[in-house]
Design a protein around this ligand. Structure first.
Ligand SMILES: *C/C=C(C)/C=C/C=C(C)/C=C/C1=C(C)CCCC1(C)C
Length: 254
């Protein structure tokens, strides 16, 4: 029987609430920033807006589900009988992870032929990564969790290695300050995406069921803010710097 202390319950509650606010603010920012970059980089900004809008919606649902899943009884939060719905998160990733990949491919501005083949491979790998992770996420058996987690890690490593290589390959043709931005987003990508499998492992680390439940929710929320909102800001910086370098910055943008 799950029994959360008030502070455990409130930590997740506040973190989810903060994430809703962060995604909403990011949506307004990206929507406004779109006209500040050159025409060919605008699709990347539009996709950033879409990603945080989808995430904002799902965080609303996750927040409500969290609230309904527990009731305050004798000073602690116990399961209300309504299950906490983890599926919102995975549905969110199924939609947003491919979009985040498109966003990056869009800002790299690769030739059309290369872009399409690349995106197909990445989209399939992203789908496999998330679909294989889900059965483990909802399982209470740690061996099952470890097996699905390991399977999911294969497409995960494949995605990271492709992106790392592509970013490296297009970097050399960029002005030095764009190269710095691209190096930074590459690190952000590996660090934040790497945070998901680490968070996934919390329940396998021998901590209490309550602590791992809280840890997983807080961990994924932090990772989502960084991998969607902050990553979108970095995409904007790259788009702006590249527009400046190729002279496509709209008049009046500064
Ligand atoms: C906005 C959401 C993003 C960027 C989600 C990314 C999710 C991952 C990189 C998840 C990876 C996983 C593994 C590599 C193994 C364990 C299961 C997952 C799905 C947590």
């Amino acid at each position: 029987m799950i029994q959360l202390t008030t502070s455990q319950f409130m930590l997740v509650y506040n973190m989810l609430s903060f994430t809703i606010a962060a995604m909403f603010a990011a949506f307004i920012f990206f929507t406004g920033a779109r006209t500040q970059v050159g025409e060919k980089y605008r699709p990347a900004l539009l996709i950033s807006s879409l990603v945080v809008a989808i995430a904002c919606y799902h965080y609303f649902r996750i927040f409500n589900s969290w609230e309904e899943a527990f009731t305050l009884t004798n000073g602690s939060y116990v399961a209300s009988g309504k299950p906490f719905n983890d599926a919102y998160r995975y549905v969110d990733w199924l939609l947003t992870v491919p979009l985040l990949l498109v966003e990056l491919v869009a800002v790299l501005n690769l030739p059309k032929s290369e872009r399409e083949g690349l995106f197909g491979k990445l989209a399939i790998a992203a789908f496999l990564m998330i679909a294989l992770g889900y059965p483990g996420e909802i399982s209470t058996d740690m061996t099952t969790r470890a097996i699905w987690g390991t399977l999911s890690t294969i497409p995960f490593l494949y995605i990271l290695s492709i992106l790392w290589g592509k970013l490296g390959a297009t970097m050399s043709s960029q002005p030095p300050y764009v190269q710095v931005l691209m190096k930074n987003i590459r690190l952000l990508l590996v660090a934040t995406w790497g945070f998901y499998p680490i968070t996934y492992m919390f329940p396998m680390m021998g901590i209490s069921h309550e602590a791992s439940l809280v840890g997983v929710q807080v961990g994924y929320a932090i990772a989502d803010v960084l991998a969607k909102a902050f990553y979108g800001v970095m995409i904007y910086w790259i788009a702006y710097a590249k527009s400046e370098a190729d002279g496509s910055l709209p008049k009046g943008a500064h």
